[in-house]
Design a protein around this ligand. Structure first.
Ligand code: NCD
Ligand code: ZN
Length: 370
């Protein structure tokens, strides 16, 4: 095995993940915690995480669900609503409970009904966040039903993001899971213009898929997520951004598991579950672009820099070895006892199911997620 067949990386973090709760949390957390040292945990539970106490309790449930011996730090976020109290955010941030706050435009995506209906409703909250330098994480899509689903991100930038940044120029913002060339250009030009207060995360699935995937041989809810995957030219722009070596683009998987019954339905849920092979998935794209030497900074450095957090000291190893991806991975039998267990039929479908990835993550000499 040559050195190009083994890639030792500083351990990465996931700057956007849905860990869910209850049985699903127990089922999916090991996948994230195995590879990633820290993760920004989305607050769109039912009901959403809107208070410091709820975040503390959710964090405790996550830590309790961790497999023994795995080190993982969940970074909690507050779900912004029209009525959220700036004092609550301020306290949560100062106490080190909240790492950021999440803006879901109301009804933009899964469990976002309680989100913000008008940015002006949270002006005081945004002023407070600006003052304490608390990052704002944005699901950047307009919800106007008259706007084509494929145009909603680009429209959000023009209608909401640019004016928001004029009103709150010091606010630190992450435009999450970007999907369009328009977003890439906006973030890149901001950065190159000397503005380091905005960055974007990019998911593995938006690097691999264009919108044809949703219609391959039939209607495929397994490739449906929000913001929805776009045309090939947008995927190419995202690949170039991720592999550009610019610090304003970094890793955020948006791994969003749903029970099979939620996906295999006439009205399939939005969300792709990629946590098991996320790093391998990114590595595949970086290798295709001849940019494997830039994977570490994208996965393990630019995120902590933006959040002002230390880099992880431990490492993970990517080994070049064919890895056939099954449609689902069940946890060890030991983790499948008790009431709080996801029925096998409800295990979420894995991203890349049926494909073979050319890389495996090895942790302490062990490969494979189980
Ligand atoms: C996410 C979910 O399922 O919670 N779905 C998705 O398609 N990405 C919500 C979100 O991040 O939009
Ligand atoms: Zn998400």
């Amino acid at each position: 095995m040559t050195s190009s067949d083994r890639l030792v990386l500083r351990r990465p973090d996931d700057w956007h993940v849905h860990l869910r709760d209850g049985a699903m949390l127990k089922a999916v957390l090991p996948a994230t915690a195995r590879t990633f040292a820290r993760a920004i945990v989305m607050p769109n539970l039912r009901p959403p995480v809107t208070s410091v106490d709820e975040a503390v309790a959710y964090r405790a449930r996550i830590l309790a669900a961790l497999p023994e011996g795995v080190s993982f730090q969940p970074l909690m976020t507050a779900y912004l609503t029209d009525a959220i109290d700036p004092g609550e955010l301020d306290r949560g941030f100062r106490e080190g409970v909240f790492s950021a706050a999440k803006l879901y435009p109301a009804n933009a995506t899964t469990n976002s009904a309680a989100g913000v209906s008008d940015l002006y409703n949270i002006s005081a909250v945004l002023e407070c966040m600006e003052a304490i330098d608390m990052p704002l994480l944005i699901h950047g899509e307009v919800t106007d039903p008259d706007v084509d689903v494929f145009d909603r991100e680009a429209q959000f930038i023009e209608r909401h993001l640019k004016p928001l940044r004029e009103r709150h120029p010091r606010l630190r913002i992450i435009l999450e899971h970007i999907t369009t060339e328009e977003a890439v250009i906006y973030i890149r030009e901001s950065y190159q213009g000397g503005d380091q207060r905005i960055a974007a995360t990019i998911t593995p699935h938006h690097l691999h898929l264009n919108r044809n995937a949703m219609f391959l041989g039939g209607l495929r809810s397994d490739f449906y997520c929000l913001p929805v995957v776009k045309r090939e030219c947008h995927r190419r722009a995202l690949v170039q951004a991720a592999t550009s070596g610019l610090p304003c683009f970094f890793l955020g998987t948006d791994s969003a598991p749903h029970p099979r019954s939620g996906k295999d339905s006439a009205c399939g849920c939005a969300g792709i579950f990629n946590a098991f092979h996320a790093l391998e998935s990114y590595a595949t794209v970086f290798e295709q672009e001849g940019a494997l030497d830039r994977l570490e900074s994208f996965a393990s450095e630019y995120g902590p820099h933006f959040y002002g957090l230390p880099l992880n000291a431990d490492t993970v190893t990517l080994v070049r070895r064919d890895q056939p991806i099954p449609s689902r991975l069940l946890p060890p039998q030991s983790a499948r006892v008790g009431d709080d267990t996801l029925p096998e039929s409800e295990w979420p479908l894995l991203f890349h199911a049926g494909e073979t990835l050319a890389w495996c993550v090895e942790i302490n000499g062990h490969s494979g997620p189980n």
